[in-house]
Unconditional design. Structure first.
Length: 152
């Protein structure tokens, strides 16, 4: 029997691409998601591949369409998800915790200053590079999230 690659309608977070790839290759869709996240973080190519697959791969249980119709439907679906995400972020930002927003803003400004000074050649700490700072930020962010979760 010939299997066909489709986007999942039941195992989806954004467009069902990872769920469909997981079904097609008979692996856990979370592993596929992890690969896309690593590719996105490492080089950004994971985002491009995901969006291309979202546009090209048909959704499961949808009648066969031509390539142009499939791409148009995928683009409309991406636009709708982006609008939904924008609305959710807007609502969350109005309900957000003010001190957390101030801390995040201050950290972003500080990082921007550090990287600007480094690019301009005015940096005095040679070990503080992006390839060292990025994993440290991820670890600290994870610890902060776990610490805040513990307090709830």
């Amino acid at each position: 029997m010939h299997r066909k690659l489709t986007r999942s309608r039941t195992d989806e977070m954004l467009g069902g691409v990872c769920g469909g790839l997981g079904d097609y290759f008979d692996i856990d869709s979370n592993l596929v998601r992890l690969v896309f996240v690593v590719l996105a973080a490492a080089s950004g190519v994971g985002v491009l591949i995901y969006l291309a697959l979202w546009l090209i791969v048909p959704q499961a249980d949808i009648e066969e369409r031509g390539a142009k119709e499939r791409i148009r439907a995928g683009a409309e679906e991406i636009a709708e998800k982006a609008r939904t995400l924008r609305n959710e972020v807007g609502h969350a930002s109005h309900r957000s915790n003010l001190p957390a927003g101030i801390v995040i803003g201050a950290v972003l400004i500080l990082l921007g200053i550090i990287f600007l000074l480094r690019n301009l050649g005015f940096f005095w700490v040679p070990w503080l590079r992006f390839d060292v700072l990025w994993p440290v930020l991820l670890i600290v962010g994870g610890i902060v999230l776990l610490w805040r979760r513990k307090g709830e």
